[in-house]
Ligand binder design. Structure first.
Ligand code: C2E
Ligand code: CA
Ligand code: CA
Ligand code: CA
Length: 279
């Protein structure tokens, strides 16, 4: 066992992460994180494949933990979700996003879409629509530039509730994207009565391109079906030129991924947008 230190370390590390003690400590720390201003949003641009222009960006949470350093969402979102803390955190994210929408217009980048992730627990908060109404109203932003990303499981848990919430928010101008598409069990036709304007193909399919013929077939099928339902398609996790070219051939609408840009802090994003608009 001594020889295999790489694997055993990883195992040990993973077990440490799911230990109750660790989770409880993380939860206690997370309670203070908003007020202590330890949470920060990073922004990852989304590129229109037809024009090569930035269409918008996705807001991705980071936690600057005073002792543990930068913690990624895969580690603390589950803790936030279980403890219910995701609800206030999620509203903070939407407030920030609305502020950034205003700033980007003032900086001379109007029309950029800002996408925010909503998890299961947030979506099922009984005060969700009224709280989002209030945030949008106070921020006085162009609501058609705010996009909320939801997974199939969040929407399919209670389809009637989902339909009511999406319609109410959609009437305000907010649009919806189906996140991580292809990983769940529902089909797009189950969701076609919902006001969803965009489908995001999960990055696992993009990363399987060139390795499995299935990935190609699945991606092709998703794009064709989404387009026939008048939805746009974003491919996430695009890292290589080959992936980009395949997606272009398949008439995918937008891409998001390290090939083009990583998630970055707001000031870097502003520099990035400035460079893009000059070239
Ligand atoms: P997601 O919504 O599927 O976000 C996309 C994830 O893919 C992000 O991970 C992003 O950094 C990563 N990514 C983007 N391009 C590439 C690429 O080319 N290659 C690879 N390997 N990865 C790429 P991140 O930032 O670690 O976020 C993980 C998940 O945490 C998100 O997955 C989302 O489910 C959740 N999350 C992040 N921010 C929030 C938030 O504000 N609220 C909620 N509820 N969930 C959030
Ligand atoms: Ca997302
Ligand atoms: Ca996703
Ligand atoms: Ca994901």
């Amino acid at each position: 066992a001594k020889r295999d230190t790489g694997t055993s370390y990883r195992f040990y590390n993973r077990e440490l992460h799911i230990s109750t003690g660790y989770q409880l400590r993380l939860e206690t720390d997370l309670r203070h994180a908003i007020r202590a201003q330890e949470l920060e949003l990073y922004y990852q641009p989304r590129i229109d494949l037809a024009t090569g222009e930035v269409r918008g960006m996705e807001c991705l949470l980071r936690w600057n933990h005073p002792k543990r350093g930068m913690i990624g969402p895969d580690e603390f979102i589950p803790v936030a979700e279980r403890s219910g803390l995701i609800v206030p955190i999620g509203y903070w994210v939407i407030e920030q996003a609305c502020q950034r929408l205003q700033e980007s217009a003032e900086l001379g980048f109007p029309g950029l879409v800002l996408a925010v992730n909503l998890s299961f627990r947030q979506f099922h908060d009984p005060k969700m629509t009224e709280t989002i109404f209030r945030i949008i109203f106070n921020a006085n932003v162009d609501t058609s530039l705010l996009e909320l990303e939801l997974t199939e499981s969040a929407m399919m848990h209670d389809p009637e509730y989902a339909q009511r919430c999406l319609r109410e928010l959609n009437q305000l101008g907010v649009s919806f994207a189906l996140d991580d598409f292809g990983t769940g069990y529902s089909s797009l036709s189950n969701l076609q009565h919902l006001p969803i304007s965009l489908v995001k193909i999960d990055k696992s399919f993009i990363q399987d391109l060139g390795k499995s013929a299935d990935a190609e077939h699945i991606i092709r099928a998703i794009i064709t079906l989404a387009h026939s339902l008048h939805m746009s398609v974003v491919a996430e996790g695009v890292e290589t030129k080959e992936q980009l070219e395949f997606l272009q051939q398949q008439h995918c609408d937008e891409i998001q991924g390290y090939y083009f840009a990583r998630p970055m802090p707001w000031n870097e994003l502003v520099q990035f947008l400035t460079q893009q608009s000059r070239s």
